[in-house]
Design a protein around this ligand. Structure first.
Ligand code: SF4
Length: 62
């Protein structure tokens, strides 16, 4: 599985604090980026980030 962040991130940092194994902030652009794989160990946190992103730009794909 992997996470995707579509255009439109507002840099709120919710996903990076909810699932720091998958998401991190790109400090230069002030948007979140994906840098880690979604695994059995972090899927619950990744799904929580997907559900709670205020602008709905996170997608978890199989
Ligand atoms: S939760 Fe959504 S808006 Fe907030 S930093 Fe992550 S991708 Fe961007």
């Amino acid at each position: 599985m992997k996470a995707i962040i579509n255009d439109g991130c507002i840099g709120c940092t919710m996903c990076t604090s909810t699932c720091e194994e998958v998401f991190r902030m790109n400090e230069d652009e002030n948007v979140a980026e994906v840098y880690g794989a979604v695994t059995a160990d972090n899927i619950d946190d990744a799904r929580e980030a997907e559900e709670n992103c205020p602008v709905g730009v996170i997608v978890i794909e199989d």
